[in-house]
Design a protein around this ligand. Sequence first.
Ligand SMILES: Cc1cc2nc3c(=O)[nH]c(=O)nc-3n(C[C@H](O)[C@H](O)[C@H](O)COP(=O)(O)OP(=O)(O)OC[C@H]3O[C@@H](n4cnc5c(N)ncnc54)[C@H](O)[C@@H]3O)c2cc1C
Ligand SMILES: *[C@@H]1O[C@H](CO)[C@@H](O)[C@H](O)[C@H]1NC(C)=O
Ligand SMILES: *[C@@H]1O[C@H](CO)[C@@H](O)[C@H](O)[C@H]1NC(C)=O
Ligand SMILES: *[C@@H]1O[C@H](CO)[C@@H](O)[C@H](O)[C@H]1NC(C)=O
Ligand SMILES: *[C@@H]1O[C@H](CO)[C@@H](O)[C@H](O)[C@H]1NC(C)=O
Ligand SMILES: *[C@@H]1O[C@H](CO)[C@@H](O)[C@H](O)[C@H]1NC(C)=O
Ligand SMILES: *[C@@H]1O[C@H](CO)[C@@H](O)[C@H](O)[C@H]1NC(C)=O
Ligand SMILES: *[C@@H]1O[C@H](CO)[C@@H](O)[C@H](O)[C@H]1NC(C)=O
Ligand SMILES: *[C@@H]1O[C@H](CO)[C@@H](O)[C@H](O)[C@H]1NC(C)=O
Ligand SMILES: *[C@@H]1O[C@H](CO)[C@@H](O)[C@H](O)[C@H]1NC(C)=O
Length: 628
Amino acid sequence: MLPICLVWLPLAVPAFLPPSSAAFAPDKSQGYDYIIVGGGLSGLTLANRLSENPGTSVLVLEAGSTHFDDPLIDIPGNVGMVLGNSSYDWNYVTVPQPYANNRSFQYHRGKGLGGSTSINYMVWNRPAIAELDAIGGLGNPGWNAEDWFRYMRKSETFTHPEPEFAAANNLTFIPEAHGDSGPVHTSFPIFISDAQKPWEPALSELGLLRVKDPLAGHNVGIWMGQSNVNNKTQKRFSSSEAYYRPIANERPNLTVWTSAFVTKILVSDHQKEAPQSREGLLSIPGVQYQKNGETKYAYVKDRGEVILSAGFGRSSQLLELAGIGDPRILEPLGIDVKINLPGVGTGIIDQLLWGVSYELKNSSIVTLDDIKIPELKAAALAEYDANKTGLMTIGVTAYSLVTLDDLVGHRKATEMIDIQATKISRGNFSQTQKEKWNVIINGLRNPSEVGLVEISGFPAFFTTAKIGKKYLTFLGHYQFPFSSGTVHIVSKDVNVQPAMDPHYFEDNFDSQVFIESTKLIRKMARAGGFADVLGDEIDPGMRVQSDEEILEYVKNFSATAYHTVGSAQMLPREKGGVVSPELKVYGTNNLRVVDMSVLPLQFSSHPMGMLYGVAEKAADIIKSSISV
Ligand SMILES: Cc1cc2nc3c(=O)[nH]c(=O)nc-3n(C[C@H](O)[C@H](O)[C@H](O)COP(=O)(O)OP(=O)(O)OC[C@H]3O[C@@H](n4cnc5c(N)ncnc54)[C@H](O)[C@@H]3O)c2cc1C
Ligand SMILES: *[C@@H]1O[C@H](CO)[C@@H](O)[C@H](O)[C@H]1NC(C)=O
Ligand SMILES: *[C@@H]1O[C@H](CO)[C@@H](O)[C@H](O)[C@H]1NC(C)=O
Ligand SMILES: *[C@@H]1O[C@H](CO)[C@@H](O)[C@H](O)[C@H]1NC(C)=O
Ligand SMILES: *[C@@H]1O[C@H](CO)[C@@H](O)[C@H](O)[C@H]1NC(C)=O
Ligand SMILES: *[C@@H]1O[C@H](CO)[C@@H](O)[C@H](O)[C@H]1NC(C)=O
Ligand SMILES: *[C@@H]1O[C@H](CO)[C@@H](O)[C@H](O)[C@H]1NC(C)=O
Ligand SMILES: *[C@@H]1O[C@H](CO)[C@@H](O)[C@H](O)[C@H]1NC(C)=O
Ligand SMILES: *[C@@H]1O[C@H](CO)[C@@H](O)[C@H](O)[C@H]1NC(C)=O
Ligand SMILES: *[C@@H]1O[C@H](CO)[C@@H](O)[C@H](O)[C@H]1NC(C)=O
């Protein structure tokens, strides 16, 4: 660990202060040891761990509200209901995507304590061992699967299913893979739709093998999935329920302010000429934020730190607004470049998912479609309230992770991989880009270790159902796209959403994967195991047949999986990195980023499990790097 903060010279009255600023002068005795921007997954994990020491003062500034005891968040069956509601959701949108008919994709992001863990789909899984080790391999010493798994287990308390229920539904797990005393409660859903039950028999007809527990480091095959739902209460266990609520009134030195929108990382204008430490590193005195219509300031103590956990699109925005980023982005906007870090906001990678929906032959089977019918929803809510059982406890349980071999056969897969590898090695791409793509190529060449496309069985229609009909939607979810893009500010105004440009469908390999996965889904749906259950394909429907038609369908009707990474990558600085393996922003003394932005590669899993591991590890890194 680098020794940091050797010298932290007191600031003169900094230029950022408003003119009549005596009252605002940074009184460091009133400052915090840590200011955390964003009370989402990462922010609240850090807040909890850093404030374990009662002598450490922590301030969390969260733009949204508290959301305690809100049934729209708590009840699993209400999943999706708050998307688009600005009390819970930032409602971003991508810039028009030229390779997808210039479509602008909706992009939901959680707002309020818990961040996106308060509005997400509660899918609880983890990447494979090889993927986590690859993060270290890019030049991040200290990051490896063994350590990561230890921290992932630390975050979790897994409730074993009742043996009878497990046997009846093939719920299998490996106890040692799970935590038994961490803050996040996880479990198998206790309501499994009959529409999902033929999953394993049907998919195994296609040669896919059973995974005993995808959280144990090997996840290629078929499995029954888990959720971050507390089995006892049958409530969603967001980062707020897990890491904040139990200590909300217990730690006098932990301050959490909601409705506090951070508008600026403070950087003194003097610092460019007079660096604040021996190494010439930039020191961040604190942040500016808005609360109740007022502009306010919060400062860190000497040796204190500011930690950005504002999530994808926001942490990098605050860096760029502070003059930390690519001069080609900052200068045209009239922003003084404080640290030339061209990696900020570049190299983002997003995953897409899309649905192929089948009508069920038996419309009496209970699926999530039922809650569109008011009387059925009222009955389901009554049962949930009285007994914590029934439809409102539903979760997705039917999953598979398939490989390129599964999609196109081994010979064609090898051919496709060779063509892609040649394109990468001959192309005029940066070394870092090549290195990152070669990690994907390695994964493709080792399909028993790393999967490519998740296909799950969602017990409802994906888009618009006919009332009274029931559906099973196969969700395709491509894990390792080669297409890669940017997110950059387009204005000095913090209220203007940065331009998010993931370059969906830019790489032709990706398009082939979307087409071939759709074909595999159709084979799954027609496997014998589903013969008695699934009727007609409704979406896209059998009129969509050619590769071009399939691709057009996916382009028009896919959605982000909300797993975007890479806007402040953890990589060596000379490789375009923004943060070090200690998650410190290069060129700064006391500024870190801890959230989804720092991951330089995608994973074959939904992010929560993995990211709690990052935040837990970050807390230990921060605790051991500083003597407050
Ligand atoms: C709709 C949806 C479904 C998903 N489904 C799943 C799933 O099923 N399984 C899974 O594993 N993952 C899922 N995810 C992804 C997962 O929830 C996120 O990857 C994870 O929450 C990201 O954590 P984070 O700490 O990076 O950011 P977040 O958890 O999003 O937290 C960021 C926080 O910062 C706050 N903030 C932002 N800007 C500011 C500012 N300027 N000032 C103050 N506060 C600010 C935000 O309001 C937010 O609370 C889903 C995400 C979404 C949006
Ligand atoms: C809060 O932290 C300060 C040191 O920063 C310490 O003096 C004080 O005792 C702590 N308060 C409590 C209630 O522990
Ligand atoms: C959005 O959420 C708020 C808070 O729960 C609620 O009062 C409001 O009715 C919701 N708006 C819509 C359009 O659903
Ligand atoms: C997308 O928009 C660009 C710029 O407006 C335009 O040149 C292009 O033709 C459009 N492409 C499609 C497929 O509509
Ligand atoms: C349970 O698993 C066994 C063994 O893999 C399989 O034969 C059976 O069809 C499965 N049953 C269900 C309901 O998934
Ligand atoms: C989990 O919850 C279900 C439904 O309330 C209950 O039947 C079961 O006993 C619980 N499991 C454990 C281990 O408590
Ligand atoms: C239809 O599903 C219901 C509920 O699962 C079940 O009770 C019924 O027997 C099924 N009918 C047929 C014809 O399979
Ligand atoms: C709750 O469970 C009890 C016992 O199984 C049952 O009698 C009752 O009808 C249930 N309540 C609701 C509202 O479903
Ligand atoms: C390679 O790309 C760089 C950066 O985009 C560009 O400056 C250079 O001209 C390109 N070289 C060739 C041979 O195309
Ligand atoms: C896809 O979207 C484009 C642009 O909106 C539209 O022209 C085209 O007809 C759509 N195709 C399908 C199959 O929906």
